[in-house]
Design a protein. Structure first.
Length: 317
């Protein structure tokens, strides 16, 4: 940019600089740009193409939010260290975002509503995934959560109805993390320190057919696999000491449940297998001394329960 015969380099796009420019269709930023501030291109609904300069260091909150026609591939450059909340929210046409950045946080709703986004790589520097970060990314099919992640907000993947494969490398998993991911078929755990399966972790994951819990797990919380109607068999690791209520409630196709040898489980809580209508038999491990209320209620195919140990309380099936 030239002013009075003096050349200046544009290094930043200011707050709301082009916000709601309804006729703007294309944006190409120069390599001098270091900072794009909040709402710089907010609701530029006609923009179909945005090319970053390649040396941006920060992208603000809601910078491209509501750019519904934005469809070209976006590359987050290696220079980028900060991205704001809702930065690409409701960019409904964008299919590919290549993440070469060094961002350490994916804040709340960063990519929420990017319904055509089919792929995204969470880089190994990311420590925090915020609330609803990828909510309603309906085309997203696979995801890896790296070892570096130590904090995960509320329901970051809610509405990700095509998410079929998840590789969990971190030991940080939160309640309801994958709840409602109805296309989920494959889950792998790589962390050597995962001890807890939180409440509702896979609730309503109706396509989940098989899952292997790591041998480090000691606790399975309530409703963890509720309504996983695709599950036909399940093995509970010997290391599991505690299960809370309704863990397998509504798993209507669950036919086989086995406990690894040396099981440390001492109780089968209330409603654990309620409405598991295809479960025909089960062998209760020797350390179990109590079975909770309605633990097998609605198990209409159940004909045999084998007890290896000794129960110290009455059973109310």
């Amino acid at each position: 940019m030239e002013n009075n015969s003096t050349n200046y380099s544009v290094v930043a796009i200011g707050n709301s600089a082009f916000s709601a420019c309804k006729k703007l269709t294309s944006v190409t930023l120069p390599s001098t740009i270091k900072k794009i501030e909040d709402k710089a291109f907010y609701q530029c609904e006609a923009v179909t193409s945005i090319t970053l300069g390649g040396y941006e260091e920060s992208i603000g909150s809601q910078t491209f939010s509501g750019c519904k026609a934005l469809a070209n591939e976006i590359t987050l450059p290696s220079s980028l260290s900060t991205i704001g909340d809702q930065a690409f929210m409701n960019c409904t046409a964008i299919k590919t975002i290549t993440n070469n950045s060094k961002i350490t946080s994916i804040p709340a709703k960063t990519f929420s509503g990017c319904s055509a986004l089919s792929a995204f790589t969470i880089n190994s520097e990311v420590a925090t995934i915020g609330d609803n970060a990828f909510a309603n990314c309906e085309a997203l099919t696979s995801l890896t959560i790296p070892f570096s992640v130590t904090s995960i907000g509320t329901t970051p993947f809610t509405g990700c109805t095509s998410l079929a494969t998840i590789n969990v490398k971190t030991s940080t998993v939160t309640s309801g993390l994958f709840s409602g991911c109805s296309a989920l078929t494959t889950v792998s755990f790589e962390s050597g320190s995962l001890t807890r399966i939180p409440s509702q972790l896979f609730k309503d994951c109706s396509s989940l057919t098989n899952i292997t819990l790591p041998s480090t797990v000691t606790d399975i919380e309530q409703n963890a696999f509720e309504n996983c109607t695709g599950l036909t068999s399940f093995t509970i690791p010997a290391t599991v000491q505690t299960m809370l209520y309704s863990v397998f409630k509504g798993c209507t196709n669950l036919e086989s449940v086995s406990f690894e040898s040396g099981s440390m489980l001492t109780s089968i809580p209330d409603y654990t297998f309620q409405y598991c209508s295809k479960l025909a038999s089960i062998t209760v491990p020797s350390n179990v001394t109590s079975i909770g209320r309605y633990a097998f209620n609605g198990c209409s195919s159940l004909t045999e329960i084998n007890f290896i140990g000794t129960l110290t309380s009455e059973i109310d099936l």
